[in-house]
Design a protein around this ligand. Structure first.
Ligand code: NAD
Length: 503
């Protein structure tokens, strides 16, 4: 989806550029709250490497203040015991605020993450708003049950909020992934502390201000602190937090789990990394459509999507044709600034990540894979600044190679050849990840058979990458623990109490 002039004009007129000049504070107890720490983080525009602004990094005092605010608000019952209509309308107001401020929020997203403005504005922002309406609608439709126990008793269950929930999110969809968590957590009566990634905290900080001005939430229900790994650790280990919902890398997810276990055994939901297979059988219904979609799913959002199809498994009889088609399309992708007209792919989100992606490209060559496309950094700006990596494809990749096993999280696709259905399934399942998988076939029986055998939390048949609030999202194996979306998020933000009455 390329940036167009019409869409870009919305970014230029947005309030975001003005807002960047204002000092940045946390959002605690319903107020814009200056940090107690003096540590600052520089937020950089990855398209230009220019400084956008500085944000404070929360220390123990800041985290304690945010937790105290959320805890007090929860205990008071002002939110957790409020009327359903009160919470429903508040969530709907947040959705409306996001819609009303879509231009500036999308601008902040693109400035700090480098994703195309069109991707932020058309993909991320509407979904960030809509998820509040979706969960507002659930508030009076999610409840316990009457249990058919033996005569002499009545037994029923209650769905109760868990308490203070910490929501820790990464930099690839900074606002959207935060909203995926905020909406169901608030809907169920919890209070929240959001910690966006230090690389991309701007959209969530701005949302906090807008919520303060317009959402009429009780103080302390919604809190935001910005910080790095140490801030995340302090949150994860905090004894007054009852739940951590974490989206990020598998390595950090394990630390979150350990911290939760060692502190107060808070409950944890983990949405982690992926190395998702996409299997093209030679009997697929439309070769060109499969190549086109595989390419779009892989390279949109600059390959920084957890569920993207990074391993394409191609049956040997169509292998050369598919690789040629992928290369042709990938070579047409135009790189450039997130706000430049006619651009299809922005820069990688930050310098360390950019270097990691390039190091994997080097590794692929060392491992003996055949580089058929890209493979280099691209100089987009005259001064050579910006973290741009050309869409890269390796062919003749062997399943055991590190580039086929480890998450690169950039525009690097590996193509693996297979002969039989059994071999495809075996290769597809041969990683410690299990987030998503795709397969393409005209054979209905094969579609169902292979879908059942793939050890992945989501399987897409004949169209890679389908998502809906009504359908569970999340991975198996080391890609995650628990599900998000639909009723699953409501389960994740409630605890079930069993009540017995003797008659
Ligand atoms: P990351 O794990 O480095 O960081 C994620 C968040 O955790 C950030 O806010 C970070 O500050 C915080 N953090 C870092 N160390 C911490 C610690 N010790 N304790 C607590 N918090 C800590 O991930 P990232 O580089 O920001 O994002 C990329 C990763 O996220 C990829 O692995 C990608 O697959 C994954 N991801 C997964 C999903 C999903 O739904 N499965 C969605 C998006 C991204």
């Amino acid at each position: 989806m390329a940036n167009t002039k019409e869409i870009l004009s919305k970014a230029k007129q947005s309030w975001a550029f003005q807002w960047l000049k204002e000092p940045k504070h946390f959002f605690i107890a319903g107020k814009s709250t200056p940090s107690k720490s003096t540590q600052k983080w520089k937020v950089i525009n990855p398209s230009t490497q220019e400084l956008l602004c500085e944000v404070p990094v929360a220390d123990k005092n800041d985290v304690d203040a945010a937790v105290a605010s959320a805890f007090q608000a929860f205990q008071s019952g002002v939110w957790s015991e409020s009327a359903r209509r009160f919470r429903r309308e508040a969530l709907q107001r947040i959705g409306a605020i996001i819609r009303d401020h879509a231009e500036e929020l999308a601008t902040l997203e693109s400035l700090s993450n480098g994703k195309l403005f069109s991707e932020a504005y058309i993909d991320d922002l509407p979904e960030s708003a809509d998820v509040f309406d979706y969960y507002a609608g659930w508030i009076d439709k999610f409840y316990g049950e009457t249990v058919p126990v033996d005569p002499g008793f009545i037994n029923y269950t209650r769905k109760e909020p868990v308490g203070v929930c910490a929501l820790i999110v990464p930099w690839n969809f900074p606002l959207l992934l935060a909203c995926w968590k905020i909406a169901p957590a608030l809907a169920m009566g919890n209070t929240v502390i959001v910690k966006p990634s230090e690389y991309t905290p701007l959209s969530v900080l701005r949302l906090a201000e807008l919520i303060r001005e317009k959402a009429q939430l009780p103080d302390g229900v919604f809190n935001v602190v910005v910080g790095d790994a140490e801030t995340g650790r302090l949150i994860t280990e905090h004894p007054q937090i009852q739940k951590v919902s974490f989206t990020g890398s598998t390595g950090v997810g394990k630390k979150v789990l350990a911290g939760a276990a060692q502190s107060n055994l808070k409950t944890v939901t983990l949405e982690l990394g992926g190395k998702s297979p996409n299997i093209l059988f030679s009997d697929l219904p439309d070769l060109e459509a499969a190549i086109e979609r595989s390419c779009t799913a892989m390279f949109s959002h600059k390959g920084e999507k957890c569920s993207e199809p990074t391993r394409i498994l191609i049956q040997d009889t169509i292998y050369d044709k598919v690789v040629a088609g992928l290369v042709e399309r990938a070579n047409q992708i135009r790189l450039g600034d997130a706000f430049q007209e006619g651009v299809d792919q922005g820069p990688q989100a930050h310098e360390a990540h950019y270097k990691k992606v390039l190091s994997y490209i080097e590794l692929g060559q060392t491992e003996g894979a055949r580089l058929v496309c890209g493979g280099v950094a691209e100089s987009v700006n005259k001064d050579g600044k910006g973290f741009f990596v050309k869409p890269t494809i390796f062919a003749d990749v062997l399943p055991h190679m590190r580039i086929a096993q480890e998450e690169i999280f950039g525009p690097v696709l590996v193509a693996i050849r297979f002969k039989t259905e059994e071999e495809a399934i075996q290769i597809a399942n041969q990683t410690h990840y299990g987030l998503a998988a795709g397969l393409w076939t005209s054979d209905l029986s094969r579609g169902h058979r292979v879908a059942a055998k793939l050890d992945s939390g989501m399987v897409f048949v004949n169209r890679y990458g389908c998502y809906d609030f009504a359908s569970p999202f999340g991975g198996f194996k080391q890609s995650g623990w628990g599900k998000e979306m639909a009723i699953h998020s409501l389960e994740a933000y409630t605890k079930t109490k069993s009540v017995w009455i003797k008659l």
